[in-house]
Design a protein around this ligand. Structure first.
Ligand SMILES: Cc1cc2nc3c(=O)[nH]c(=O)nc-3n(C[C@H](O)[C@H](O)[C@H](O)COP(=O)(O)OP(=O)(O)OC[C@H]3O[C@@H](n4cnc5c(N)ncnc54)[C@H](O)[C@@H]3O)c2cc1C
Length: 290
């Protein structure tokens, strides 16, 4: 059991870890490569560097620093976070338990260009199987995605219906060993989607090849799960693409904190590092108070 699991190994997550490890919390950072900072070529507005530094260099040094201080860093993708007595964090390869969670996955970059996707949000299009699966009892549903996250969502939906198709929208399935067998339980449809259609509610998916499928619901689980996806499932308040926190980076759910681009509208390294520090301190106080 970890005291805290930090989801995301960017400046927000690693800055938080500096504070949690130094107050003796058993800290695990789980992160994929490829956050915003790794794309920043030249950084000139972050304090303390006489010469320009690249995002990759800053990340590398940050990672070495938190490791030296005692945080564990695991390169993996978090698929789901569930609240039981403690928090259960599910990755592409394993499952971990912890007392507190920090959401620090950066900005959600997913842009899905499908006509009418937004129009049917809440009226057939859902972003949360845990929240809305119940409404599709024994109905025909699709899951939009092609990675572990999509398979995980489809598995959650099996509690409500067996008629589930994974729509990859022209992508090849890209699934880790853990989910390969599970993916065989579902129909996989690789046709490119052109638009969604219906009257008041979603009724049909149209494909670029001119064909169409009737569906009652479409669950969007595109690419990787982000802090916004985790927040929605946990019942945490969000505002557009931002997880809502108080001034101590606490969300409305006890034990869950958020920091960095996922919880800020001013998306900068200094802000991410500052919010990470505030979150790290608040998490230490929270865990010690349990
Ligand atoms: C091209 C570019 C240039 C920029 N230049 C500057 C600049 O000059 N100065 C400046 O101050 N800011 C700059 N920024 C903004 C800055 O990079 C961000 O504000 C900062 O990196 C935010 O830190 P973060 O930790 O919140 O998120 P990120 O740095 O995005 O880190 C998030 C981490 O979470 C991981 N992750 C995401 N989903 C999952 C999941 N499901 N499971 C596990 N891990 C996950 C990501 O892979 C990544 O490791 C730039 C951004 C870009 C894109």
């Amino acid at each position: 059991m970890y005291d805290v699991i930090i989801v995301g190994k960017g400046p927000a997550g690693m800055s938080a870890a500096l504070y949690t490890v130094r107050s003796n919390l058993r800290t695990l950072i789980i992160g994929k490569n490829g956050g915003s900072l790794s794309k920043a070529d030249k950084i000139d507005n972050y304090f303390g560097f006489a010469e320009t530094i690249s995002g990759k260099e800053l990340l590398y040094d940050g990672e070495m620093q938190v490791k030296r201080l005692g945080a564990e860093i695991l390169e993996d993708e978090v698929i789901s976070i569930e609240k039981e007595d403690f928090f259960k964090v599910l990755t592409s390869t394993d499952m971990y338990l912890c007392k507190a969670v920090l959401l620090a996955t950066g900005q959600q970059h997913k842009v899905i260009r499908i006509e009418n996707l937004v129009k049917f949000e809440g009226r057939g299009v859902s972003y949360c199987s845990t929240c809305d699966g119940f409404f599709y009892n024994n109905l025909k549903v699709g899951v939009l995605g092609h990675r572990d996250y999509a398979i995980h969502e489809a598995l959650e939906l099996t509690a409500f219906t067996t008629d589930i198709t994974i729509y990859t929208n022209g992508n090849q399935l890209d699934i880790s060993d853990r989910y390969v067998n599970e993916s065989g339980r579902f129909r996989v449809d690789a046709r490119k989607i052109s638009k969604l259609d219906g009257n008041e509610f979603l009724e049909r998916i149209h494909f670029a090849d001119g064909t169409s499928d009737n569906v009652d619901g479409l669950f969007v689980a595109y690419e990787s799960a982000s802090s916004i996806d985790f927040a929605r499932k946990l019942g945490i308040i969000t505002d557009g693409n931002t997880v809502v926190t108080d001034s101590n980076q606490r969300t409305n759910l006890d034990g869950v904190f958020a920091a960095g681009d996922c919880s800020s509208k001013f998306r900068q390294i200094s802000v991410a590092v500052g919010q990470g520090a505030v979150a790290g301190k608040a998490i230490s106080e929270y865990v010690k108070g349990l």
